[in-house]
Design a protein around this ligand. Structure first.
Ligand code: ADE
Length: 276
């Protein structure tokens, strides 16, 4: 796979792509990441890439010309260097807070593409013509606003690269949270007992069928407690439905009283952040 990233800040990508699994994917020739500085495509002598929005309002917008020219240059490179005939079919993905919220299914779909172009916004956003006539998709990494699309592009690239066949060992991600629509079960490693906290006995039993059953149930429990909306699309056996009913009953009974502290006004005693 080749990922071309268009940005005003190519230096931001040096760290994340030089380490760990993405680095391994690059070193093993499974993925090539090519950075392009959009400013190199500005036509005036001051290399201006942004301008005031028509109609007034705060902030600056990315101008269309350098962005269109940068994408066209990437397409030409792909024709020349990779022999791609139908460059118009390559996804050009805009990273913006207004896009489709990124998830594991989208990562899996993108991992099937041979080429991806990621376009990072900066300032207050893009001239709408970039969105209408250049981008094929728009992705947000969540309902919050970052200073630019660079961190989101790194997030998308990371999530996609680890799914490219050969980057991780066979089956290593099959049990990931979200891979099967559920959150991952709890895991433990040595020592079997630490500060008096014991790893569940079943995991030490060597009984693989029993371990698989325990893990599946813990996944269901955890998903119910943290992300109940995810359970809607999951096929459950009759036993698993009963387990869920039991969880629902005990959750209704134990609604812990939240406590606030001066150190942080967030309520403690509940695992959710951002809920008052
Ligand atoms: N640019 C700024 N915030 C963003 C977000 N949440 N997702 C994608 N791109 C962004």
């Amino acid at each position: 796979m080749r990922i071309d990233i268009l940005t005003l800040f190519p230096g931001m990508f040096a760290g994340p792509f030089a380490e760990s699994i993405v680095r391994r994917g690059i070193d093993e020739g499974l993925v090539k990441i090519v950075l392009h500085n959009i400013r190199d495509y500005a036509r005036d002598k001051h290399h201006v890439v942004d301008d005031y929005p028509f109609g007034g309002g705060g902030g600056m917008l990315m101008k269309p010309e350098p962005v269109f020219d940068a994408v066209e240059a990437v397409r030409q490179q792909l024709r020349r260097e990779e022999g791609v005939e139908h460059v118009d079919g390559i996804p050009v993905i805009l990273l913006t807070p207004q896009g489709q919220v990124f998830n594991q299914r989208m990562a899996a779909d993108l991992a099937k593409c041979k080429y991806l172009v990621l376009l990072c916004g900066h300032y207050e956003g893009f001239d709408e013509r970039i969105r209408e006539h250049l981008a094929t998709h728009e992705i947000s990494i969540g309902d919050y606003v970052l200073t630019g699309g660079e961190l989101p592009a790194m997030v998308v690239a990371d999530a996609v690269v680890r799914l490219i066949p050969g980057v991780l060992e066979e089956g290593q991600w099959a049990e990931d949270s979200h891979a099967r629509g559920l959150l991952k079960y709890p895991e433990y490693t040595r020592p079997a007992e630490y500060r008096g906290w014991k790893a569940p006995q079943v995991l030490l039993s060597g009984d693989h069928a029993e371990i698989a059953r325990w893990r599946r149930e813990e996944s269901i429990r955890r998903t119910f407690k943290r992300r109940p909306e995810l359970l809607v699309g999951v096929a459950l056996t009759t036993t698993e439905k009963l387990l869920l009913e039991e969880e629902r009953r005990s959750a209704a009974l134990a609604d812990a009283a939240p406590v606030k502290s001066e150190a942080c006004p967030m309520k403690s005693g509940r695992p959710e952040i951002g809920k008052g």
